[in-house]
Design a protein around this ligand. Structure first.
Ligand SMILES: [Zn+2]
Length: 350
C-alpha cells in the first residue's frame, strides 16, 4: 500500500515539475513580473524594508461625512512639506511617502473614508521614509489637501476633468530593444517619435489628457501598457513601433503600415482609426503607403477595450528609411502625422 502511495507521489511531483519548467520556459512574463515586483520594492524602500499589506475594507474606517474619499492620518510631526505623493498611472498605484516613517502604519494610524476603488494597500518602511501604497481599480487623477495632521485625498475620473483621454505607447524599452540595425534600436526610435508627439500635446491648450506608457528608457509589461488604456477608458490608444523585413535583412521594402483589431466592430472602430493614422502619417512623412494589417495576434491589440492603432512608422531594414527614421526632422514629421490623426479622429467622433 505504502509503495503505491509513494509511486503516485513520485509520478505526481514529476508531472508538477515538468509543468513548472514548461510554464517558466514558455511564459517569460512570469519571470519578468517577479523581477519587476522586486525592482519596485527596491525603489520604494532601500535598507531594512518592512512591508505590510492590508485589506482595504478592513483598514479603511468607513465614514461618509468626510468631504473627501480618504482622510489619512499622518504621524506626529509630519507636515505637508514632509509628504510626497506620486501617482503612477501605469500601475494605477498611489505612493504617499513621508519622512521618518513609523513601524506599522496600519496598526497605529487611521484611514477614514471609503475603500471603494482601492484594490489593495501596502505599507513599506526603511530607515528614511514610510510609504503607503494604494493600488486603485482604474486610472485616477488626484486632488489632495492637508489639514490638521491629515491628508485628504480624492480620486477623480480623468473623463470628469478632461474632454479627451489618450494613451500613447512607445513600443519596447530598456532591455527589450526591439530590432537593432546599424547600432540603432527600435525602442529609441519609437521613444524619439513619442517625445516629439509629447511636445505637441504639451503645447496644446485644449483639455486633452495624454497618458504615456513610457517617457524614458523603461519597459512596462505588455499588460501594463494595454491596461493603462483600458483602465483610463481612453478615447484612443496609439502604439508607436517601427518595422523590419521578415528576414531581418536589409531590403528595398519601405513605408508605413498600421495594425488594427479586426474583432472590433464598433462604428468608431479600430480599423477606421488605423485608416486615419495611416493617411496622416503618410501625408506628413511622404512615406510609402503599405496599407492596414489585421492585428489581433498582437497582445495589446487583441486585449484593448478601446479603439487601438499600432503604427509601424517605417522600415529599419531599408538603408534610406533607417537614415530618415533616425533623424529628428523625420521623427517630428511622424509625430505631426500622429497628432493630425488624433485630431481627425476626434472630429470623427472618437
Ligand atoms: Zn516593435
Amino acid at each position: 500500500m505504502d509503495e503505491i502511495v509513494l509511486k503516485w507521489v513520485t509520478v505526481l511531483s514529476g508531472i508538477l515539475t515538468v509543468i513548472v519548467c514548461v510554464s517558466v520556459f514558455f511564459f517569460p512574463d512570469i519571470h519578468e513580473r517577479a523581477v519587476l515586483a522586486a525592482e519596485q520594492q527596491k525603489e520604494v524602500g532601500g535598507g531594512n524594508l518592512i512591508a505590510t499589506t492590508a485589506n482595504p475594507k478592513a483598514v479603511v474606517e468607513q465614514s461618509k461625512d468626510l468631504n473627501a474619499q480618504l482622510k489619512i492620518a499622518l504621524p506626529e510631526g509630519i507636515s505637508k512639506a514632509d509628504v510626497e505623493i506620486e501617482n503612477d498611472y501605469v500601475t494605477q498605484t498611489i505612493y504617499i511617502k513621508f519622512a521618518g516613517g513609523v513601524d506599522d502604519y496600519f496598526e497605529q494610524y487611521a484611514i477614514k473614508g471609503s475603500s471603494d476603488h482601492i484594490a489593495s494597500m501596502a505599507y513599506y518602511k526603511d530607515k528614511e521614509e514610510g510609504v503607503i501604497a494604494l493600488q486603485l481599480d482604474q486610472v485616477y487623477e488626484l486632488k489632495n489637501r492637508f489639514k490638521k495632521g491629515s491628508l485628504y485625498l480624492d480620486f477623480i475620473d480623468p473623463h470628469d476633468i478632461y474632454d479627451k483621454v489618450i494613451v500613447v505607447d512607445a513600443g519596447h524599452g530598456s532591455h527589450a530593444a526591439g530590432a537593432v540595425k546599424l547600432g540603432i534600436s527600435e525602442k529609441s526610435l519609437n521613444l524619439a517619435i513619442v517625445q516629439q508627439l509629447k511636445k505637441l500635446f504639451d503645447e496644446d491648450k485644449r483639455r486633452i489628457r495624454v497618458y504615456y506608457t513610457r517617457t524614458s528608457d523603461t519597459n512596462p509589461t505588455l499588460d501594463q501598457r494595454v491596461q493603462l488604456a483600458n483602465k483610463a477608458n481612453a478615447d484612443l490608444f496609439i502604439s508607436v513601433h517601427n518595422n523590419s523585413d521578415a528576414t531581418g535583412n536589409f531590403t528595398k521594402v519601405k513605408g508605413t503600415q498600421v495594425m488594427y483589431s479586426e474583432s472590433d466592430d464598433a462604428k468608431l472602430s479600430s480599423k477606421k482609426l488605423a485608416e486615419i493614422c495611416l493617411k496622416n502619417v503618410v501625408d506628413t512623412t511622404g512615406s510609402e503607403n503599405r496599407g492596414l494589417l489585421k492585428g489581433d495576434s498582437i497582445y495589446i491589440i487583441r486585449t484593448s477595450e478601446v479603439p487601438v492603432a499600432l503604427i509601424e512608422v517605417g522600415f529599419m531594414t531599408n538603408y534610406k528609411e533607417l537614415d530618415l527614421l533616425n533623424s529628428t526632422s523625420y521623427q517630428k514629421k511622424a509625430a505631426e502625422g500622429i497628432y493630425n490623426a488624433i485630431n481627425e479622429a476626434f472630429q470623427e467622433g472618437y
